[in-house]
Write a protein that binds this ligand. Structure first.
Ligand code: GLC
Length: 589
């Protein structure tokens, strides 16, 4: 029986440090708060935490502009506080991975301050500096965050390249000293006992050194405008994705990436039991399945307006068959850059039932699930009411650009900035129905406003007391996953391939479960013995299903609804609307 690694078994939970728990009452989350909430996380049942950046940062891109790769932001605490947090997490059996921002630093990082100080500074070549062309920038590239990708530096008469904001100059990864410095930072954290890294923006690390102009037919603001018009149409979205690819074709996914990932993997493999997960949906980052990243997110699953059975089946079919041997899938529906799962995939009527189905999907598909803080209480997007409240400069840029360049009325521009900006999913965690949601003491101004729906039971304290709450459901389902090895290690075999309302699949061995695992879907299941049937009724209709497994009955493992007994006849399994059903397949006697 194949033994799985911890990162294959654990459910990961992303903490956004500014918004998780404010332990010192200054309106910003910190390590004191995180330490206090470790018991909560342990009881929730998560096995690993991913921390969004906790490093010193001017916060122009909310922490993704790092000014010191081996430090701790003073607003979050000290390095000793971090060590205490790590130790306390480990004592509870919870692993911790950090965010590693390789593509760029802050423009306040001492490396960049040196680099821009003169053309012959030893760190000049640590960043991407070029001469202008014809009185303008070196080419027509855009920053992915808007405006040109080049910033002129009058002091030294050259331009520097930035894929993101100009406050985030790109490092020159072709310079071996850059690699050395960054691998030193990686070792620093690994030496402290950190369990791995989530790699930020891996696909933008290199750019085409010949700097060819892109051939897109529209400007970036026009592209944004089209994005708005196409927001609700999948065909429109696809068209937009193609345009974006043309616009950024020389700035993303350039040669050299995979060699770099292999090198980083070698560094990480010097330490036992560590892992890397990349902010990329590209399967190529798994390398041959053993020599690049341990995990790459199944982002394609998220790219829809509604999670339907047909969508999930098609996604799994494509994704699982594309993985190289030995590679392990990784599923998520939300993070600090995307709308809240509850808001994004809800239908406005059955949001609570759908939120439960979305969690059940994450916990039963084959692969490591990543959850984002606050999903467990059904936190929703909070549209901000005034542009002055925005902390995400992407939202601010969008607002001013569409007002000034496209003449959009301010109210529409605000809605659009909320739509593209990311503050809406980064508001403080709602711990209780008290002032400031229990995140900060009453009267303190929190760094982003607290969503007032903490007063409508969207808070931890009330949901902990309610066995029917979403939070209680999360805790139960996480336990179910832990107690049923087939849900973690079993093969995935889809059933009812045409069904539009429900998703049904087996996890475990496909052949007669009493005879042990088969090699059915190309991966060793590692589970002699257990096979689970997962049924997710994603519709508001009741259904009675017949399974072509007629020698079997299923023993109830979990249902979101009250059921008649502990055993079910698989030739007529009845399902309530939105029911989540998990049964263990047993031979009929
Ligand atoms: C990643 C982060 C995002 C950040 C960007 C630039 O996409 O997830 O929050 O703005 O990289 O670092």
């Amino acid at each position: 029986m194949q033994e799985l690694e911890w990162w294959q078994k654990a459910v990961f939970y992303q903490i956004y440090p500014h918004s998780f728990a404010d332990g010192n009452g200054d309106g910003i989350g910190d390590f004191y708060g995180m330490i206090d909430r470790l018991d909560y996380l342990q009881e929730l049942g998560v096995g690993a935490l991913w921390l969004s950046p906790h490093y010193p940062s001017p916060f122009f891109d909310c922490g993704y502009d790092v000014a010191d790769y081996t430090g701790v932001a003073p607003e979050h605490g000290t390095l000793d506080d971090f060590k205490r947090f790590l130790n306390e997490a480990h004592q509870r059996g919870i692993r911790v991975i950090l965010d590693l921002v390789l593509n760029h630093t802050s423009d306040q990082h001492p490396w960049f301050i040196e680099s821009r100080s003169s053309r012959d500074n030893p760190k000049r070549d640590w960043y991407v500096w070029r001469d202008g062309k014809g009185g303008g920038p070196p080419n027509n590239w855009y920053s992915g965050f808007g405006g040109p990708a080049w910033e002129y530096d009058p002091a030294t008469g050259q331009y520097y390249y930035h894929y993101f904001f100009k406050q985030q100059p790109d490092l020159n990864w072709r310079n071996p000293e850059v690699k050395q410095a960054m691998w030193d930072a990686v070792r620093f954290w690994l030496d402290l006992g950190v369990d791995g890294f989530r790699l930020d923006a891996v696909n933008t690390i290199f750019e085409d050194p010949a700097l060819p102009d892109h051939a897109a037919e529209m400007s970036l603001p026009e592209l944004y405008h089209q994005a708005l018009q196409a927001a609700s149409s999948e065909a429109g979205q696809a068209q937009l994705v193609r345009q974006t690819e043309v616009m950024f074709q020389y700035q993303r996914e350039q040669p050299g990436m995979h060699e770099l990932m292999q090198e980083l993997r070698t560094v990480v493999d010097e330490y036992p039991d560590r892992m890397l997960v990349g902010e990329t949906g590209e399967i190529a980052y798994y390398g041959d399945g053993t020599n690049e990243l341990h995990l790459a997110f199944n982002f394609p699953l998220m790219k829809t307006t509604r999670i339907t059975p047909t969508w999930v089946r098609a996604n799994q079919q494509e994704r699982l068959s594309a993985l190289p041997p030995g590679a392990w899938p990784c599923n998520t529906l939300g993070n600090h850059d995307s709308p809240r799962v509850y808001s994004r995939y809800g239908d406005g009527q059955n949001d609570d039932a759908l939120a439960r189905l979305h969690l059940a999907l994450m916990l039963t598909l084959r692969g490591t699930p990543f959850l984002y803080n606050g999903e467990e209480i059904g936190m929703t997007d909070l549209p901000l009411e005034d542009i002055s409240q925005f902390r995400d400069n992407l939202g601010v840029w969008v607002y001013h650009t569409v007002v000034n360049e496209l003449g959009m009325p301010p109210a529409d521009a605000l809605a659009y900035a909320n739509y593209l900006g990311r503050d809406k999913c980064r508001t403080p965690m709602q711990w209780a129905n008290v002032p400031n949601g229990g995140f900060s003491p009453a009267g303190v101004r929190t760094w982003l406003p607290v969503n007032p729906n903490d007063a409508q039971s969207v808070n931890v304290a009330e949901q902990l007391d309610d066995p029917d709450s979403l939070l209680s459901f999360y805790r139960r389902m996480l336990r179910v996953r832990k107690q049923n090895p087939a849900l973690i290690a079993g093969d995935y075999t889809v059933l009812h391939e045409e069904a539009e309302d429900y998703l049904t699949f087996l996890r475990g061995s496909v052949a007669d479960p009493s005879t042990g695992p088969s090699a059915s879907s190309g991966h060793a299941s590692g589970q002699a013995g257990q096979t689970c049937l997962v049924v997710l009724n994603m519709s508001d209709q009741a259904h009675t299903l017949n399974f072509d497994l007629d020698a079997h009955t299923a023993e109830l493992v979990f249902s979101s609804h009250a059921r008649g007994g502990d055993s079910d006849d698989l030739s007529q399994l009845t399902l309530a609307p939105f029911e989540i059903y998990i049964g263990e397949i047993k031979r009929k006697t």
